[in-house]
Ligand binder design. Structure first.
Ligand SMILES: [Zn+2]
Length: 716
């Protein structure tokens, strides 16, 4: 596909004006200036820089008291996707009260599953109920519903059960090598999602993938639970008390999650075997029944060593379950016609370019961390810009705030909103700035398109870190500056459908910090207040960073972006293939390396030209050529905006018709897949032919040629 900025000639550097032209320009300019101010506001809105400092406002408004109040509200009652109308109305009213008067609710029809009372897991001894795990871990009087997996298939099945570790392809291969019977059985599998310890050990796997692998291995159903072994040192076995008495994971916590949305369901793209969640408390009962039955997991290799239930008497034999004992899974959810409600607040800018700032509002339970910390921080961002508006400030670009509903169901709320506005977003969106979890620990992460690196760096440089080891350290000093490939939550939809540049950032736990009870009934206000973010400093820090990133992109007339950062990121990604030993003489990546070098030179020249426009001061004498009306500036901005769109690949990656970005693959906030997913996956699998011929390679190559040519227009 081609975009306007690349298919139409970009205005080149204007020639020096002659005196007569300068004077005409001056007169016309005065008229333009006059009508401009008339349009954008009356005299009090023209704010002198000496009396109003936007940055100072954005970093002084967010407060601990406010974020704490917002968190208390959002976590107080159920707001799982489909039940979000009340909190949408409340959010709309707040944003209007903050001064963003153009705030509307954009509702979309969809279908979402709700579990019925029939949902059960039962351990049977012959036909007798031997033990029945509970599916409730949150305060049901506040309307929180029993634990379930979104869009797991309805079924009533029974069979022997086996322990399958994290349910990766390697885990199933290991079980097959040890002749463990899998076909027709039910798998008990550990979730490997959000834990920093699991990530550090390289054991991370997305829940749906475990179930898909189980299905391929011939299992008929899956029970997923979160093992305390995921929590590294913070376990009861190591002397830590469980929440609420201490920082360890409560054994009763049940981790929920989604497998997809109604569109995935309708196109038959979801696992065909049922899956139901369970607590560690119940895993102890079921797994200890396997003691002495089948191989010991401890003898199955490194991947199988992280069992945290030994302290409670589980030996981690893999089974199958002893004769006479079986498991029954009844997965029973009604798929109901419903609506999701996105709250959309708009501050009109002086140009039609857009900077979008968003988070999701729906949660599996109370959701203090995911997404309540993001929602509380977003309210402070909106309140900060509201204060600026009251001072008479207006942004250069339009700023849109979005509180999406339905992220937990494969981002159905943002998917419907993005799809509805896709042409507008393609033409005008500069960036989408996302936060899923603003606060749940001290570790800062940023996942972004390289075009947004400078926004992230400048914001994290300006804000002091809440955990300084020496006085005066900024967030960037403590963090170190490593930015991983774009993705995460609703950012996935902006990135994958119209190919808008995105960032997702926030703070999550480091290994050794209190365990984040992600997607459980214990991700509640009390946990956040006492363990996740005592003092609410990370909420406030996230709000300030978010506002500064938005201002960095929305304010300057020449976009604060860098294509040189993109070229450097390419070099880094290709280098990573080398360090991960993915490189092979079978694939000629040299052609790409050469091209990246050429792109880098062209990008440098382009960025320098853009910088020269930025550095030009806007005075009464030169504003015709140097200020916002300068066609060179709008030309440069168009190139920056269109750059990301060039990675759009119409057919979609790996058969996913809505994953159009060739460089980034959709991911959860806690996962960081490699960039260039098609190419890296082919290299990982040793599928050299695929790596060479697939559009994954060819398309990136094409984009580089195209962008290089475009950048060379500025080679003078
Ligand atoms: Zn979530």
């Amino acid at each position: 596909m081609k975009l306007d900025a690349f298919s139409q000639p970009i205005p080149l550097r204007p020639k020096s004006p002659r005196t007569l032209r300068r004077w005409s320009a001056f007169i016309i300019g005065i008229l333009v200036l006059f009508s401009y101010y008339c349009y954008w506001g009356t005299a009090p809105r023209i704010v002198a820089p000496s009396t109003f400092d936007l940055h100072q406002t954005l970093i002084s408004v967010p407060s601990y008291e406010h974020v704490r109040n917002w968190s208390a509200y959002y976590t107080s009652e159920t707001h799982v996707a489909g039940q979000g109308w009340k909190q949408a109305q409340w959010t709309q009213a707040k944003w209007k009260e903050f001064g963003v008067t153009n705030t509307t609710i954009s509702s979309h029809n969809t279908q979402l599953p709700l579990p019925t009372n029939n949902q059960r897991i039962i351990l049977l001894e012959n036909d007798r109920v031997f033990y029945e795990p509970s599916l409730v871990d949150a305060n049901t009087s506040a309307g929180f519903i029993p634990a379930y997996f979104g869009f797991s298939v309805n079924a009533n099945i029974s069979g022997s059960y086996v322990f399958c570790n994290f349910g990766s392809e390697e885990d199933f291969e290991t079980l097959a090598q040890h002749n463990v019977s899998l076909a027709g059985n039910i798998g008990i599998i550990k979730l490997g999602n959000a834990s920093p310890y699991v990530r550090e050990k390289n054991l991370s796997i997305f829940r749906a993938l475990s179930v898909i692998n189980a299905e391929r291995a011939g299992l008929i159903g899956v029970v997923l639970y979160t093992d305390p072994g995921n929590d590294g040192p913070i376990t009861e076995g190591n002397g830590y008390k469980t929440f609420p008495a201490g920082p360890a994971r409560p054994l009763e916590a049940i981790e929920r999650g989604g497998f997809g949305n109604i569109e995935d369901e309708n196109r038959d793209a979801l696992p065909k075997i049922p899956c139901i969640p369970m607590s560690s408390f119940d895993a102890i009962q079921l797994l200890s029944m396997l003691n002495g039955h089948g191989p010991s997991a401890k003898k199955l290799g490194d991947r199988w060593q992280e069992g945290g239930l030994e302290y409670y008497g589980v030996d981690y034999n893999v089974g199958p379950s002893p004769p006479g004992f079986s498991l029954r899974i009844i997965n029973d959810a009604d798929i109901l016609d419903t609506q999701v409600h996105n709250v959309i607040g708009t501050i009109p800018g002086k140009t039609d370019e857009l900077v979008i700032v968003g988070n999701h509002r729906d949660a599996w339970g109370p959701g203090a961390g995911d997404p309540g910390s993001g929602s509380a921080a977003l309210n402070e961002v909106v309140r900060s810009f509201g204060v600026a508006l009251q001072q008479g400030w207006r942004p250069e670009r339009t700023i849109i705030f979005a509180s999406f509903e339905g992220e937990e169901f494969a981002q159905i709320g943002s998917l419907l909103w993005v799809t509805k506005h896709v042409d507008w977003l393609r033409t005008s969106a500069v960036a989408y700035l996302n936060v899923v979890v603003a606060a749940s620990g001290s570790h800062f992460h940023a996942k972004a398109s390289p075009l947004l690196y400078s926004a992230i760096r400048s914001a994290t440089d300006l804000i002091l870190s809440p955990n300084q080891s020496s006085a005066g350290q900024s967030v960037r000093d403590v963090w170190g500056g490593n930015i991983t490939p774009a993705g995460s939550g609703d950012a996935n939809r902006f990135m994958s459908i119209p190919c808008v540049s995105t960032v997702d950032f926030g703070f999550s736990p480091a290994v050794g910090e209190p365990v984040f009870p992600y997607h459980t009934g214990f991700d509640n206000f009390e946990w956040m207040d006492r363990f996740g973010d005592p003092g609410w400093k990370y909420h406030v820090t996230s709000a300030k960073l978010w506002s500064l990133m938005a201002a960095h992109l929305a304010e300057p007339s020449v976009l604060n972006m860098s294509v040189t950062d993109y070229a450097l990121a390419f070099q880094g990604w290709l280098e990573e293939f080398k360090t991960r030993d993915l490189w092979s003489p079978e694939v000629d990546l040299k052609v790409m390396i050469d091209l990246v070098e050429r792109l880098s030179r062209a990008a440098n020249r382009f960025d320098s030209f853009a910088r020269s426009l930025k550095e030009s001061q806007c005075t009464l004498w030169n504003f015709w050529t140097k200020c916002g009306q300068n066609p060179a500036i709008s030309g440069v901005n168009k190139v920056y905006i269109a750059f990301e769109r060039q990675f759009y690949y119409e057919p979609g990656l790996d058969g996913h018709t809505d994953h159009h970005h060739v460089l980034f693959t959709p991911s959860a906030w806690h996962n960081t897949p490699l960039a260039m997913p098609g190419l890296s996956k082919s290299l990982q699998k040793g599928d050299w032919k695929n790596a060479q011929v697939r559009p994954l390679f060819a398309d990136i190559y094409r984009v580089m040629v195209l962008t290089k040519t475009e950048m060379e227009r500025y080679n003078n």
